[in-house]
Ligand binder design. Structure first.
Ligand SMILES: Nc1nc2c(ncn2[C@@H]2O[C@H](COP(=O)(O)OP(=O)(O)O)[C@@H](O)[C@H]2O)c(=O)[nH]1
Ligand SMILES: [Mg+2]
Length: 238
């Protein structure tokens, strides 16, 4: 049986982190919280749980940045925890850990499984109409710019992949210490030799606390990133 580690980046998730960790542990896997030095009680809760259960790990990455949290967390999971299968998830209960066995099962036929809200069977509950429009529009544009008719989701971080995928992609995405890490991972995996499959997911609005997403500037950066990527690819052909 391969070792599975769930990596969840956090910043101020004290309202969710206890239930999140319990629901991940219920799937019989290890969990690593990769925290940007939260200023609320997140670290204390995780450290307390970790002292009682050795499957719970806490990493303080000290600085802000969702991409930084993922980068450091993935490295730690591979180097220190000997993870062979890496799963990334949000820590606010938006991603349901009960879907984890479906991700792992699908990894039998793929190297990367991407959770998708925009395929048959996937959906979003409780999001405001404007966030849905931004997300749908962004994912549609990214799909077009990536020239990837078979991938419908670039911006959600519920994903499972083999360690080899991380080792190969790492140099290409390590500079994205912010949210761009999430779509850049999808772009680079499409550009690699690895086999990608999508899995429909149900996405719930966060349970407690506040979102740290700045939707407008993120959407702008996303489109800028994807356009540059496409132009660079076209340029390399000539
Ligand atoms: N390590 C780390 N995690 C972050 C940071 N900002 C957000 N996160 C986590 O990334 C996940 C997604 O962020 P969230 O605020 O829920 O964004 P939303 O789902 O788009 O509304 C959550 O688990 C957050 O706690 C950060 O600066 N550092
Ligand atoms: Mg969230």
């Amino acid at each position: 049986m391969k070792k599975i580690v769930v990596i969840a980046p956090t910043f101020n998730e004290e309202a969710n982190i206890g239930s999140f960790i319990a629901s991940v542990l219920a799937q019989n896997v290890e969990v690593l919280i990769s925290d940007s030095h939260s200023t609320d009680g997140t670290a204390e809760i995780v450290k307390e749980l970790s002292s009682k259960d050795k499957r719970v790990h806490y990493l303080d990455v000290k600085e802000r940045g969702l991409g930084l949290g993922l980068l450091r967390g993935l490295d730690y999971a591979v180097d220190k925890l000997n993870a062979e299968i890496l799963v990334t998830m949000e820590a606010d209960l938006s991603n349901d850990p009960k879907q984890l066995p479906d991700f792992i099962a699908k990894l039998n036929k793929a190297d990367v499984v991407i959770g998708s809200r925009y395929v048959r069977g996937g959906r979003i509950t409780n999001w405001s109409w404007w966030r849905k429009i931004f997300s749908l529009g962004a994912n549609y544009s990214l799909r077009t710019l990536a020239w990837a008719p078979n991938l419908h989701e670039f911006t959600n971080l519920y994903r499972a992949f083999k360690k080899e995928v991380w080792l190969e992609l790492r140099p290409k995405i390590k500079m994205h210490v912010d949210w761009l890490f999430v779509p850049a991972f999808a772009f680079e995996v499409l550009n690699s030799k690895f086999k990608v499959r999508e899995l429909p997911i149900i996405y719930y609005d966060r349970y407690g606390g506040r979102s740290k997403m700045q939707t407008l500037s993120y959407t702008k950066n996303l489109l800028h990133y994807a356009l540059r990527y496409r132009v660079k690819k076209l340029w390399s052909i000539f």
